[in-house]
Write a protein that binds this ligand. Structure first.
Ligand SMILES: *Cc1c(COP(=O)(O)O)cnc(C)c1O
Length: 404
């Protein structure tokens, strides 16, 4: 990880080793001329913290150094990152191609919020290239996917999809929250815009909400109906220009300095935490298969998993710290959850503590049964996010609760 090489944008007055939290809304100017230059984009001086802030910019720069993105934008939640991206790309009459296997709020953003502004979403099976091609047309503004869906744990072939999309002149936008950039490179697999809920691994133990938009500068925006005019002037930076000069300012969801400080610190231990939690998850997945009462275990790191080969090719041997398992019935799931002593009944992923949830009755609890079926959310599934505790202690908590 190259985070050590990220220096402050400007030297701190006291040579602080850690980035100071510049908790200031506005920034002062010596002259009216400098003020004009900053406001019209001719200088990069800070004006107002809804637009840029030194602490937040430091965090963005740290992510840029590690990933090789040409630009990084930090927002105040993963959903803010997703909505800013889609609003920058879509317009009335355009469509988004995606899978119905999506994070609940992302699904609702597309199926309800964006739909009410005339943006159509085409839900299809991303593992079927013919279906993807059939759903893509001249009004498709993005292919959006999650690299490992939650809680189905389905993986799309990124190289295959990016080739199809690039031939059609459509950017590949991927939510990579479940496998962070310390483990693999989304750019290598053809992702043009990467979106991350930094609330999860990056925040360093569920300290704060945050979201990131990474632009790899790989997409030729001349192919985009909405951005082709900007592409004339800004080339491959047209998306970032639209995002930074218009969308994120108008939506007002920029990351705050205190959060940027916590998440910049989170990055320093990201790869250590990721490796520990995911190798525990792999060990646990293997052991849970033999625990009485567990009907099946789903984790793409297991050799018998149908997505294992693709998982290894894209993410390496450790595809994150989330697994699911199925019990016999919904009532067995509830009784099991109620007997746990150590593992926390809570939503969220990739805290330092292990967290467990019954997705059908919680995250997807207000969705209709038909939608749950379309999204493959079963009543018998438990989702576990593995933390930094000892594996044997976690296993014992699970086995004991199933025995009660
Ligand atoms: C949590 C999550 C989000 C939303 O992130 P927030 O920071 O909660 O807004 C989006 N996508 C995935 C895959 C997530 O796990």
């Amino acid at each position: 990880m190259k985070y050590q090489h990220t220096s402050f944008q400007k030297p701190d007055a006291y040579h602080a080793l850690q980035i100071p939290v510049y908790q200031s809304v506005a920034f002062e100017f010596d002259t009216a001329e400098e003020m004009e230059a900053a406001f019209t984009g001719k200088s990069a001086d800070y004006c107002y913290s809804r637009i840029t802030n030194p602490t937040v910019q430091f965090f963005e720069e740290r992510v840029r150094n590690i990933t090789g993105a040409t630009s990084v934008t930090a927002l105040n939640s993963g959903m803010a990152a997703i909505s800013n991206t889609l609003i920058a790309l879509a317009s009335a009459g355009s469509n988004i191609v995606t899978s119905p296997h999506l994070f609940g709020n992302t699904y609702a953003l597309m199926a309800s919020t964006l739909a009410s502004f005339g943006v159509e979403t085409r839900f299809c099976n991303l593992n079927d290239p013919e279906e993807v091609k059939a759903n893509t047309d001249e009004n498709t503004c993005a292919l959006f996917l999650e690299v490992i869906t939650n809680p189905q744990l389905e993986i799309a072939d990124l190289k295959m999809l990016s080739e199809i999309m690039h031939r059609a002149g459509v950017p590949l936008v991927a939510d990579t929250t479940v496998v962070p950039f310390c483990a693999w490179s989304a750019k290598e697999f053809g992702v043009d815009i990467e979106i991350i809920s930094s609330t999860k691994y990056i925040s360093g133990g569920a300290t704060s909400l945050g979201g990131l938009i990474l632009d790899y500068g790989t997409f030729d925006w001349k192919a985009s109906k909405k951005l082709n005019a900007l592409a004339g002037q800004h080339g491959r930076d047209a998306f970032t220009f639209k995002l930074r000069r218009e969308i994120h300012r108008n939506l007002g969801a920029y990351m705050t300095p205190q959060v940027a400080y916590q998440q910049a610190l989170g990055i320093e231990s990201l790869s250590l935490r990721f490796e520990r939690a995911s190798s525990s998850c792999l060990k646990l997945a293997g052991q849970l298969k033999t625990v009485p009462g567990i009907v099946s275990v789903n984790y793409t790191g297991l050799p018998e998993n149908p997505f294992h080969t693709l998982s290894e090719k894209q993410f390496g041997p450790l595809p994150g710290a989330m697994l699911t398992f199925d019990l016999e019935s919904r009532s067995r799931c509830f009784a099991f959850l109620n007997h746990l002593k150590l593992i926390k009944r809570a939503t969220n992923l990739f805290d330092n503590k292990s967290l467990i949830i019954h997705p059908a009755s919680t995250i997807f609890g207000t969705f209709s049964e038909a939608v749950r079926r379309e999204m493959d959310i079963r009543d018998t599934t438990i989702r576990l996010s593995v933390g930094l505790e000892d594996v044997q202690i976690l296993l014992k908590d699970i086995a004991d609760s199933l025995n009660e």
